[in-house]
Design a protein around this ligand. Structure first.
Ligand code: 13P
Length: 340
């Protein structure tokens, strides 16, 4: 695949009014989500739940791509149609999580490095055959007074760039996800400093490893005060700090920044993205690649009952529509009650 085809896919993923649904929860994470609604995490239940989201009528108006987990990209809908085909019929691009998780970093203070590079070239070729056109790899960093360490920042940046280069070689658009976790009591300023350090290191490695910036997307955290910080910040302050941090560190050649929600409430995730877009135009599209903030309401409305599938779809479409409005900075909280 040529550089221009990679760039075209990356641009399609951040098309105006659209964003990405992260539905790539690992087996452990989806079990936690199902535990919260008292539903057993069986292969059929996972299929039914995800099929409900993927079949929501008109989802393709707001959702450009869906990130799948290894099990899901191989799964068929109840009627035998491959789930990848269900997405394609909606005009939605299938993607795949390819990292194998964050593992303890030796000789560190509880930090992690994300694994999954061994055999990745072969796995990417297989996923391409199964219909994946983009991929995701997530690294995580914790903030304390002394962390993240330089070592944690460097090893994860290196792995993210190795992954991104292999994806581009395979004709797959890499979503590069360095997530600075917002647990703790740090200030907004400290979050901006750490996020800036992490991004600067990630882009230096991507450059060194010859990645095509036009053919990748960045999936970062928003810059937030720690969830237990004494002083929280307004959505406008968060938007200003986040945009400033990215202007300092993310090259203009990158077509889009697609945020993770990271434990923010559904409405905060939407409102803060909208505030950022109000500050535009920006060099890159500012969009979403939410997991929890797109799914929490739908999961609850469904609660594992076939009779609730329409309610689950409606809850998902509502959040998708709200985030679509945030893409142009036109979201307002009174839109929450005007449910179609
Ligand atoms: P959240 O939006 O729930 O943080 O999930 C996004 C994601 O894909 C994390 O890797």
């Amino acid at each position: 695949m040529s550089d221009s085809e990679l760039a075209a896919t990356a641009q399609a993923l951040v098309a105006p009014g659209k964003g990405i649904l992260a539905a790539d929860e690992s087996s452990g994470t989806i079990k936690k989500r199902f535990d919260s609604i008292d539903v057993e995490s069986t292969e059929d239940n996972r299929r039914d739940y995800r099929e409900m989201l993927f079949r929501a009528e008109g989802a393709g108006d707001f959702i450009s791509g869906v990130i799948l987990y290894d099990e899901t990209i191989r799964q068929k809908a109840a009627d035998g149609t491959p789930l990848v085909e269900v997405l394609e019929k909606q005009g939605i691009i299938p993607g795949i999580k390819v990292d194998l998780g964050a593992k303890a970093l030796p000789f560190s203070d509880g930090e992690t490095v994300t694994e999954g590079l061994d055999g990745l070239r072969e796995r990417l070729a297989e996923y391409k055959g199964l219909g994946a056109r983009f991929a995701k790899w997530r690294a995580t960093y914790s903030i304390t007074d002394v962390l993240p360490s330089r070592n944690c920042i460097d090893v994860n940046a290196h792995a993210l760039a190795r992954y991104a280069a292999l994806c581009q070689e395979a004709g797959i658009v890499p979503i590069v996800e360095p997530e600075v976790l917002m647990d703790g009591d740090h200030t907004l300023e400290r979050a901006a400093h750490v996020t800036g350090d992490v991004l600067q290191s990630v882009f230096a490695e991507l450059y060194r490893e010859h990645c095509r910036f036009e053919g990748l997307l960045l999936k970062p955290n928003m810059v937030l005060p720690g969830y237990s910080a004494a002083r929280q910040a307004s959505d406008a302050e968060i938007a200003a700090a986040t945009v400033r941090c990215f202007r300092w560190t993310v090259p203009a050649a990158v077509p889009g920044i697609v945020f993770l929600s990271g434990g923010q409430s559904d409405e905060s995730s939407t409102s803060r993205l909208s505030e950022m877009n109000k500050l535009g135009p920006h060099p890159w599209q500012l969009s979403f690649s939410y997991g929890r903030a797109l799914q929490a309401a739908a999961l609850k409305a469904w609660s594992g009952q076939t009779g609730n599938v329409d309610a689950g779809k409606a809850a998902f479409l509502h959040r998708a529509r709200m985030n679509s409005a945030a893409r142009s900075g036109s979201y307002t909280s009174d839109m929450e009650s005007a449910r179609a």
